[in-house]
Write a protein that binds this ligand. Structure first.
Ligand code: PGA
Length: 249
């Protein structure tokens, strides 16, 4: 089965709402659609404005995190119900910056993943090793544990429509990208983890992105690999021309 490639921007904590709308207008002016799926994952306060600004285009909108409960005494948190109310399509779950700075664990990632599916917000779940783990040769074990933890108890139908982003932490925002072969090797490995947990059909349909210093200059090398079904793009997704070049790799 042919998997549609999926390129998602991750804006992190950048852009005001005015800047986000300006991006959407500029991007829509230079990008008229294409064969690949495209999304922009923005800060919460920009999401409603972006849904409006991208209305009538094929560009989807994602959040970068959410709580797993529908509501409750969780000051400062945003629930899946609040995201679906404004039509958010995707949610990034378990980004390494959330694991590092906001105490995200494999267990909370798993709860959020299930909540996202329960509410019809499509999750992009992030996994990836830090540099010491790669240098020690533990990167496959680390990514296997994160993937199994994220997917624990997830029904096969949900696993099949999942998006997993492999983001080696040493390649995020560093300009030090994984080579196409390193990225392909790990994405193929993750597909094997899904195959072992479920079956061939789930492994065939799960989409696995690479993320970490994806730029116009390296997009083609990465995005043409067999097991790499897209990219999660940080810095380069902030600039309409750069993001256009990547989604049109
Ligand atoms: P980067 O970030 O493209 O700026 O390296 C990727 C990410 O954190 O998703």
């Amino acid at each position: 089965m042919a998997r549609q490639k999926f390129i998602a921007g991750n804006w992190k904590m950048y852009k005001t709402t005015a800047e986000a709308v300006a991006f959407a207008q500029a991007f829509s002016g230079i990008y008229g659609g294409g064969p690949h799926e495209v999304a922009v994952c923005a800060p919460y306060t920009q999401l409603a404005a972006l849904k409006d600004a991208f209305a009538g285009t094929s560009v989807k909108v994602g959040a970068q995190n959410m709580h797993f409960e529908n509501e409750g005494a969780y000051t400062g948190e945003i629930s899946p119900v609040m995201l679906t109310e404004i039509g958010v399509d995707y949610v990034v779950i378990g980004h390494s910056e959330r694991r590092q700075y906001f105490a995200e664990t494999d267990e909370t990632v798993n709860k959020k993943l299930k909540a996202a599916f329960a509410h019809g917000v499509a999750p992009i779940v992030c996994v990836g090793e830090v540099l010491e783990q790669r240098d020690a040769g533990n990167h496959f074990d680390v990514v296997k544990t994160q993937t199994e933890g994220a997917l624990y108890g997830l029904p096969p139908a949900d696993a099949a429509r999942l998006v997993i982003a492999y983001e080696p932490v040493w390649a995020i925002g560093t300009g030090r990208t994984a080579t196409g072969d390193q990225a392909e090797e790990m994405c193929a490995f993750i597909r094997g983890v899904v195959r072992a947990l479920y079956d061939e059909a789930a492994a065939d349909s799960v989409r696995i992105q690479y993320g970490g210093s994806v730029k116009p200059a390296n997009a083609t090398e990465i995005l043409t690999k067999d097991n790499i079904d897209g990219a999660l793009v940080g810095g380069a997704s902030l600039v309409p021309e750069d993001f256009k070049a990547i989604v049109e790799f």
